[in-house]
Design a protein around this ligand. Sequence first.
Ligand code: SF4
Length: 482
Amino acid sequence: MNLYLCGHSFRYETENLCRAFFPNESVAVFEGDCRDKPGEISVCTKISGGDLFVSVGTDGRTVEKRRSAPAGGDQELLLAALIFSVLSEFTNYEPPWGILTGVRPSKLMNTLISSSSPEDAKRYFIESLLVSREKTELTADVALREKEIISSSRPDSYSLYISIPFCPSRCSYCSFVSHSIAGRNAQKLVSPYVEMLVGELRENARIAAEMGLRLESVYFGGGTPTALSAEQLDAVCGAVEENFNLSTCREYTVEAGRPDTITAEKLKVLKSRNVTRISINPQTMNAEVLKSVGRKHSPKDTLDAFFLARGEGFEDINMDLIAGLYGDTADSFSDSLDSLVSLKPESVTVHTLALKRSSSLVAIENAFVPDGSSVAKMLEFAQRKLPANGYHPYYMYRQSRSVGNFENVGWCLDGRECAYNIFMMEECHTVLAAGAGGVTKLRHPVSGRIERIFNFKYPYEYISRFSELIERKKRINSFYES
Ligand code: SF4
């Protein structure tokens, strides 16, 4: 698809909006007047004087509209609304998120509510951003649920994120920087990685104490943290326990992730190190779908891991599902969700598949065309099934290139919100990250300004350039001292 920008530079939002209508097309962006290319869809967007003009066409079929943009009005918003109107007519489809392309709808909803009222905020979503009533209500529910946890964050609060970028094998849809430890080369990286990670945690703890910061939550993500051995897990958790002041920490999560990595021994380590919450992520309970996306575990492994964790005393368990996996159908997704709900985990997170270029599913299986309408049915089912069983939506985010442009929503039983997810998504306070691919996000306690410090992405780089990484940490001190 060819997108032409003429007389304006709203490239990012315009491109994302077009992608919502043509999720499987790659978008080539040109500046200047539109030139029709036979056989290709062309979207021409133009601002000239006080006039906005949008035209979409391919091979003789064209829809175009024009409107005036009053001086002082928000031209970007008006142009987006015009593109939405033209593309809806052309495709006969209205994306449920309207012209809202941002990744944090609930953050925007919260900002609007705090400066007006929930009713006004919802009206703005529906009338100005053209978001469907259903998604608007969902966002407002999330925003109102988040309020209490957001307001419990203090100016000196921070959370700790620990990255374990290893997995037992690589799923075909994965776009994370995560190494399969099935190969010997990657295996060899794990031990030195754990050693460096322990060193980085010590440094983070030292700086946090020096700056007088107060730890609210700890989160191990990845990858699959339980891809580490029990001894390695113990070494990392031990470094957390020995170096950080955990007396103020209200929540300690380890995203165990893949059921095939969870053993009684590892669960005992986590329990003994005071981990309060774990995640066991089947993604689907359909054996065929698991196989087709390269996950080497069965639905029974998920059940076994869940009961094992319960037996070891874990009373706060999250389970993840993905809507839109290769080979899945609306019926089989419903069966997966039914099966999870019957276990009564404290929270269930429903993701929408996002197909990034780095996933092998995109590279290899060009034939895989994700089906937005079947994902819509899956999410509708989740939105009925989960509240009927006592779950409420408590956090949400959107990813670029997600099938049908849909969202990811965390659902939980009363009082089981994951505080870290809310703190991170709403950018309530600083997150100090440790490990390859980790991003430290500093939030200014007064102005709310955000500054990021990136760790090296790949484990071998993280290990070989460790001293450089520690040097970068000085920016945390200067940020707070300023
Ligand atoms: S378990 Fe998660 S991080 Fe690991 S390969 Fe699969 S999708 Fe990627």
